[in-house]
Design a protein around this ligand. Structure first.
Ligand code: NAP
Length: 256
């Protein structure tokens, strides 16, 4: 799996499986299937209520834990120091894992000082129980604050980003700070699959509109975490690495 190098020195696969709204046995089955067809990156969160199944899916896949990049997130109502330590311990217990690869602040919460939250994140990072730390849904100003307050490097900002919805200033700002960007909702919740321009470009490459949407992201070194629940979608979404969009197509999609 093609990966980028994070500021922490760890590698993060450019494609991962999103698991929001996947629950229970279906979640376990999809995680297992994804790892068996070659995914090496799974995105979950405390508030997705599926970490037990994510952990089970990984173990039943037969793929080694060390080969998989696992992200989880602390929900915005638990960003005080003690609450973070508590919620993170619960995450590891539910996942039945000793560490996660990336721990994110799920959403900013202006009622809790960011420095207090990041003190807990620093402690978790120093203990090795999160290999890297980062944030989600952070603005450029909050990114600056987080980078200034955190001892451990802030390696990633996970934000909503897809064709037709890209905040170029934010992406550029993150790049300047060496904060990688993960696109959540990379398929616009599935709407990308029916977009006329994506379909037209896809026809030229014998690819689907969804594949073009994902290729457009990873070609800019933006990590994409599409959620998919069938083997067909899982496989299709992986088939984005041995072909490329040309400069005109990239521009056309940027303007959409
Ligand atoms: N940090 C945050 O605040 C935040 C917020 C929202 C989401 N996220 C993360 O981002 C992940 C992805 O976002 P999302 O789940 O909202 O939306 P998404 O990944 O943009 O879209 C998922 C939808 O696309 C469909 N799909 C997948 N592959 C397809 C293909 N090849 N062709 C056609 N349709 C396809 C899926 O259908 P099937 O299920 O039928 O395959 C599903 O309905 C989440 O699962 C979560 O991990 C993070």
């Amino acid at each position: 799996m093609v990966a980028i190098e994070l500021q922490s020195g760890h590698a993060m696969p450019l494609l991962g499986l999103g698991t929001w709204n996947l629950r229970g046995a279906a979640c376990e089955r999809v995680v297992q299937m994804a790892l068996q067809v070659g995914y090496r990156h799974i995105d979950t969160a405390y508030m997705y209520e599926n970490q037990i199944e994510v952990g089970r899916g990984l173990r039943s896949s037969g793929v080694e834990r060390s080969e998989v990049f696992v992200t989880t997130k602390i929900w915005r109502d638990a960003l005080q120091y003690d609450q973070i330590l508590q919620q993170f311990a619960a995450c590891l217990e539910m996942l039945a894992m000793d560490y996660v690869d990336l721990l994110l602040v799920h959403w900013p919460n202006e009622t809790v000082p960011l420095g207090e939250s990041l003190r807990a994140f620093d402690e978790i990072a120093a203990s090795g129980r999160a290999r890297s730390v980062g944030v989600s849904n952070f603005t450029p100003q909050l990114i600056d604050e987080a980078c200034a307050l955190s001892t451990a490097p802030i390696v990633n900002n996970q934000v909503e980003l897809h064709v037709g919805n890209i905040d170029e200033l934010l992406v550029e700002h993150c790049r300047q700070k060496a904060v990688s960007v993960t696109a959540y909702r990379p398929l616009a919740k599935g709407d990308a699959a029916n977009d006329a321009l994506l379909m037209e470009i896809g026809e030229r490459h014998a690819k689907s509109a969804a594949q073009v949407a994902l290729r457009w992201l990873v070609q800019q070194e933006i990590v994409a975490i599409p959620k998919a629940s069938s083997a067909q979608h899982l496989r299709a979404n992986m088939d984005i690495f041995d072909w490329a969009l040309d400069a005109d197509e990239m521009q056309q999609l940027r303007r959409l």
